[in-house]
Design a protein around this ligand. Sequence first.
Ligand SMILES: Cc1cc2nc3c(=O)[nH]c(=O)nc-3n(C[C@H](O)[C@H](O)[C@H](O)COP(=O)(O)OP(=O)(O)OC[C@H]3O[C@@H](n4cnc5c(N)ncnc54)[C@H](O)[C@@H]3O)c2cc1C
Length: 346
Amino acid sequence: MHMGIAGAGLLGRLLALQLSAEGHRVEVFDPASGPGPRETSGTQAAAWTAAGMLSPVAELDRSNEDVFHLGLRSCALWPGIAQALGVPQVCHFDGSLLLAHRSDAGAAQRLVGLLQAKAGAAYLPQALQAEALAQLEPGIHGPSLAWLLPCEGYIEVHNTLQALHAQGTRQGVLWHWGRTVAAVEPGALVLSNSVRAEFDHVFDVRGVGAKPALPVRGVRGEVFLLHAPGASLRRPVRLMHPRHSVYIVPRPDDCLVVGASEIESEDRSPVSLRSTLELLSAAHSAIPALAEARVVHTETNLRPALPDNLPVLKHSAGLTCINGLYRHGWLLAPALVEQALKELSL
Ligand SMILES: Cc1cc2nc3c(=O)[nH]c(=O)nc-3n(C[C@H](O)[C@H](O)[C@H](O)COP(=O)(O)OP(=O)(O)OC[C@H]3O[C@@H](n4cnc5c(N)ncnc54)[C@H](O)[C@@H]3O)c2cc1C
């Protein structure tokens, strides 16, 4: 079949990969000027800015059982996808850590209780004593409470997005860069120059760009890329904080991502002084060696969210929409793409 995809972000690239692997003729349209990341904050896919945490259990704090099960399924799917892309090293599943300073002990206990109740016995957060934490992550000092979430991990987002594009290209996907889709109709994509491109089936995966077809909104997030050769972090860390979900996630080449604010605004302007102070102070309070890290990049972007903050996957004749992946798109995307293609039984 001849497939049209509006959006070459995370969902668009995964769909292009799977559909072309199944022998379909695939064309993808995106306003981005090319397949790589942009140097400055702007309107690039949220997928480039994401930390890449794969946290089905910890995300239960803000989600429901459907998200949890889709997340577990994606965690099972990612290693096979990475293998097929020729980059098995991008997936890391050594668990993640939840940390709290003594002053936040009450909030941490409440969160752990909630995760235990929602995730079930097989996925219980495991309390760590100081020696066990020091063995896992010698660079962490300060937080007095720690739990290991063994089934969690992270993915290297830039390497994965680039590998998805490269493999899609090898499988014959046609990428149309600099092409905005103004409207998505059953079996057709209407481009901003009013050209109508016809297909057997189309997918609307424009994220925040799907307005007004969907009531999607952007939720601002700010992240910091640090070069920190002394920090030696192996797994993602979440730190309890009164205002933010603070996390620190390893990146290749001795880098770490510190994130992320969550602000109900579609403002894409550069990071604020307040977020800088709060997020980086929190990160430094958990990993003192970050004092000498270098801030090599800051970035803002918008998470695509629907009013209930839950994902949507819906089909009509000739058209499939997937959106609302919010703060856990990397966690959900492979399972949602699998579900969409199963339901379509193409
Ligand atoms: C700061 C931050 C941190 C995050 N951290 C994590 C994390 O740790 N773990 C996790 O699982 N998720 C995380 N996320 C969420 C994740 O990045 C998103 O949920 C995911 O990228 C959504 O995928 P998508 O394909 O729907 O949208 P996107 O990745 O945003 O892609 C949408 C694409 O559509 C294109 N587009 C827009 N308008 C049009 C148009 N009119 N025509 C054609 N194309 C169009 C865009 O250019 C873009 O390429 C984070 C997000 C942010 C912002």
